[in-house]
Design a protein around this ligand. Structure first.
Ligand code: HEC
Length: 218
């Protein structure tokens, strides 16, 4: 009996690295920056320049979002980087990705294609600067998460505006240094584009962290 316990413990330890989730910014965006964004920037079509643009990209040929969370085999993005895609040529056009990069992209989608690995939630990442990371999902209905990094403990304000610039709702909170995730629910509002503004208040001064836009589709 004692012996088999040992075996189980060893297996648990050996397999734990498998649970480390893929981090979009450092592991996936870096592949796109090196191999894809020279052709797939913000010039229409599939835009691989950021998490938000990728998640809202609809393929011409695929007629749908190119990333389907949890389903790499239904994601046009994966089809396009593997041999013999359903439409057009294998990407990056004129070359191919290393198998390790393809595996990483598949793994990231299988884990839910999130902006931030689940294992990092609530954990201090020690960011060096104030940075707005965007919102996910986008488009959304009725809720979305706005993500930003703060290098020090601060009070923050997330303000949501209608397309006419009217303030819809405002959330004020306190964050410790690290990644902050603020849930916004616009279920009581009509479909359409909204703007958001994230700022930090420290020592009596207000500092803009960033602004973004997002689309509610009911
Ligand atoms: C040299 C330019 C170039 C590079 C680099 C490139 N692509 Fe493309 N990509 C294209 C062109 C042109 C098309 C449309 C023709 C086709 O599908 O073969 C396309 C189509 C696509 C589509 C399908 C779009 C649709 O409308 O259905 C996806 C997804 C895609 N690329 C992903 C990538 C990824 C991921 C990378 C990087 C690993 C990459 N591409 C690198 C030029 C490029």
């Amino acid at each position: 009996m004692k012996k088999s316990y040992h075996v189980i413990i060893v297996l648990l330890f050996a397999s734990s690295p498998l649970f480390a989730q893929v981090d979009y910014e450092t592991q996936i965006q870096t592949i796109f920056n090196a191999r894809c964004t020279n052709c797939h920037g913000a010039n229409g079509g599939v835009d691989l320049s950021s998490f938000n643009s990728l998640m809202s990209s609809v393929g011409n040929a695929y007629g749908d979002r190119v990333v389907v969370a949890f389903e790499p085999d239904s994601s046009g993005l994966v089809d396009k980087i593997e041999p013999s895609p359903m439409f057009g040529s294998r990407m990056p056009q004129g070359g191919m990705l290393d198998q390790s990069d393809i595996d990483l992209i598949r793994q990231w989608i299988s884990e839910g294609a999130s902006a931030v690995p689940a294992s990092n939630e609530g954990e201090s990442l020690n960011p060096e600067e104030f940075k707005l990371l965007g919102n996910y999902p986008n488009p959304f209905n009725p809720g979305t998460q706005i993500l930003f990094d703060v290098p020090v403990a601060t009070q923050y304000t997330v303000s949501i505006y209608s397309i006419n610039g009217q303030l819809i709702t405002e959330q004020v909170g306190n964050a410790s240094a690290g990644r902050v995730q603020v849930s916004v629910n616009l279920g009581a509002n009509p479909s359409g584009m909204y703007f958001y503004r994230v700022s930090a208040q420290m020592n009596g001064a207000t500092r803009l962290i960033g602004t973004g836009q997002m689309t509610l589709i009911k």
